[in-house]
Design a protein around this ligand. Structure first.
Ligand code: GAR
Length: 200
């Protein structure tokens, strides 16, 4: 059985979708660790309810990124983590970290990359006036939201949409797409060839 870690910063609705998918045997992995940079993240509560190990670090307490990343790496090694899913983790990982887990870290992003990378993607897309919003699941490389694309899906923007109403529909897509991508990842069915990801 492969070991999975999920990194979070916020409410953790995607973490919940992953927990549920593991519970029903859709994702064939052990959810062995949840890592958070935010002590108040509701995601931590969701993990604790399921007796999943959690690791919280306060980034402000360390002098630089390598200092806290080495602690994270130790926690991951202790549990023999094979794969990492970032689920609303609002922090950039160093190139050393992403290299160590090359093709083993994925992220979910609430926009159709390469449009609207960064932390306010949904607002940026709405403000821009796009007619189609969407979701991207991608491998994490040393850049910001720049790794090879695994899956995407689109959601039409309606005239009356607010950030909240659109986010609601984007979340529904995310909660379907992310467990599917993680399932393929842990089953070794994602083959990366340059920028292309083939599903086998
Ligand atoms: C998700 O919508 C995810 O796509 C986004 O944060 C949200 C977390 O929600 N991630 C990013 O914006 C990454 N740049 P959740 O905590 O309810 O899963």
């Amino acid at each position: 059985m492969k070991n999975l870690a999920v990194f979070v910063s916020g409410s953790g609705s995607n973490l919940q979708a992953i927990i549920d998918a593991v519970d029903r045997g859709f994702i064939k992995a052990k959810l062995a660790l949840v890592v958070s940079d935010n002590e108040k993240a509701y995601a931590l509560e969701r993990a604790r309810k399921k007796n999943i190990d959690t690791f919280y670090f306060n980034p402000k307490k360390y002098k630089n990124r390598p200092a806290y990343e080495s602690l994270i790496t130790a926690e991951l090694s202790k549990r023999k983590i094979d794969f990492i899913a970032l689920a609303g983790f609002m922090r950039i990982l160093s190139s050393e970290f992403t290299a160590k887990y090359k093709n083993r870290i994925i992220n979910i992003h609430p926009a159709l990359l390469p449009s609207f990378p960064g932390q306010r993607a949904l607002k940026d897309a709405l403000d821009y006036g796009v007619k189609y919003a969407g979701v991207t699941v991608h491998f994490v490389d040393e850049g910001v939201d720049s790794g090879p694309v695994i899956m995407q899906d689109i959601e039409p923007v309606r005239n009356e949409d607010t950030q909240e109403s659109l986010l609601d529909r984007i979340h529904k897509i995310e909660h379907r797409l992310y467990p599917e991508a993680i399932r393929l990842l842990v089953e070794g069915r994602l083959v990366v060839e340059g920028r292309k990801v083939k599903i086998e």
